[in-house]
Design a binder for this molecule. Structure first.
Ligand code: SF4
Length: 438
């Protein structure tokens, strides 16, 4: 039996694809070399290049794997391999460099290894359109929440973003296949499916006949009987009123929306090529909070974009402070030479970027704490995960509105949905007591 390791960096879509590759290998009799000291036969690194830091971590991961697994077939894939195959071509010990649209070739390549693999580079340059690459998954490791990649690519070309170059044009999985997969997940005992993509809100526009994320959700919500349906990140301009209403009315769709903002300053938004103004974003978030009770709204902000003055940064902080949001993801601007932002004037010094990130992260932490405290006294539906909290030994769970909670209980509760009363927030942790009569 041959063994493999897979190192994954980056987003839910990359993690989904790694899970699919692992499942294909396991189906062919490969086993996952978990333990240290075992030299695997195959090592895959699924890279990310969304920031310079992610790119550096991807290079480090590749070098570490080559050091720890002498003689293994080393395959580097993912967005960094797609954007800069030459970087890994030049790295001693790397055999194959495989772009994002050839990930389904990795398993046949490894399985039919004949020692001739050195120097293989499979990278599509996106000069011609390519179809959605379907990589089915039946189970999701030991997770209780199953990610489902239903869309890939992006046509938005925000001026700081490398992703459209790494993932190509927006393309979607056929709705019939999505429905079948959600049904399979439910059959396999999953209570929650998380729909993910690179630009999820553009789902279905490329299909013939074209469809939409809203139409897909309406077909999943109810008929598939999946208990919980969660959406991953969705752009503010891709949240139609009907989708907000559907989420508000649904028993299954989780009241949790992650809506990137990036900046609260209109001049910076224009320079980022983001298609909305701060007023539109503010009104949208207040509207969602008014429509969907207890909704968790998560926000991305990009700090230190070229031309972001102290005043512009203040505009972002003030907007965030005014918004009824649950948490914040803060990203320091990272110059990507292939993007228009790299050529912009007014590059912000790294010290200022660091200070601004610290400041706005504190605002985010206050928002998160207040959101958790607002839940005290509420009865909530909690999906119990497959592992325990190391500090307390309590079961770990997640509410529909994205609050991680700790609950006392036996292992037989794992991967089950229980009703519980949220009792307290202590050192940033939320505790709940199971309600037995419900
Ligand atoms: S929407 Fe903008 S930030 Fe998001 S992947 Fe597309 S180009 Fe990048």
């Amino acid at each position: 039996m041959r063994s493999f390791t897979i190192t994954t960096l980056g987003c839910k879509v990359n993690r989904y694809e790694s899970e699919a590759i692992s499942e294909q290998l396991a189906d062919k009799g490969w086993w996952y070399a978990m333990d240290k000291g075992i030299t695997a036969d195959l090592c895959i690194i699924n890279t990310c290049t969304v920031t310079q830091k992610a790119a550096m971590q991807s290079r480090q991961a590749a070098r570490k794997v080559i050091r720890n697994h002498p003689g293994a077939l080393v395959v580097v894939t993912g967005c960094y391999a797609q954007i800069a195959p030459e970087v890994f071509r030049a790295m001693p010990g790397v055999h194959c460099v495989v772009g994002n649209t050839f990930k389904d070739q990795i398993v046949p390549l490894a399985d039919n290894r004949n020692g001739q693999e050195t120097g293989i580079t499979l990278v599509h340059d996106f000069s011609t359109p390519c179809a959605f690459q379907d990589m089915p998954i039946k189970k999701f490791g030991n997770r209780t929440r199953a990610f489902m990649k239903i869309q890939d690519g992006c046509d938005a070309f925000c001026s700081y973003c490398i992703i459209p170059h790494a993932r190509g044009r927006s393309r979607s999985l056929l709705p019939e296949i999505v429905l079948k997969r959600v049904g399979d997940l439910r059959e396999n005992g999953y209570a929650e499916a998380v729909l993910c993509g690179i630009n999820l809100g553009r789902y279905g526009e490329d299909l013939d006949p074209a469809t939409s994320l809203l139409s897909l959700i309406r077909r999943i919500d109810g008929p598939t009987e999946i208990q919980r349906l969660r959406l991953s990140s969705i752009e503010p301009t891709e949240l139609p009123e009907e989708l907000i209403e559907q989420t508000a009315a649904s028993e299954h769709i989780c009241p949790h929306l992650h809506v990137p903002l990036q900046s609260g300053d209109d001049e910076v938004l224009r320079s980022m090529n983001r298609p909305y103004e701060s007023k539109h974003y503010r009104d949208l978030i207040h509207h969602i909070a008014g429509m969907i009770p207890d909704v968790a709204i998560g926000v991305d902000v990009l700090v230190g974009f070229p031309g972001e003055t102290d005043g512009a940064f203040e505009n972002t902080c003030r907007l965030i402070e005014q918004l009824p949001i649950a948490y914040l993801h803060v990203f320091p601007f990272s110059m990507q030479k292939e993007t228009p932002a790299a050529a912009l004037q007014g590059q912000v010094p790294s010290g200022a970027i660091k200070r601004r990130c610290q400041h706005i992260r504190q605002i985010g932490e206050t928002k998160r704490r207040k959101f958790y405290e607002k839940a005290i006294g509420a009865t909530s539906e909690i999906l119990i995960e497959g592992k325990r909290d190391r500090t307390t030994g309590y079961l770990k769970g997640l509410t529909k509105n994205y609050i991680p909670v700790l609950v006392e209980g036996d292992d037989e509760l794992m991967n089950r949905v229980v009703q519980a009363l949220i009792t307290k927030v202590e050192s940033g942790k939320v505790f709940a007591e199971r309600l037995f009569n419900q």
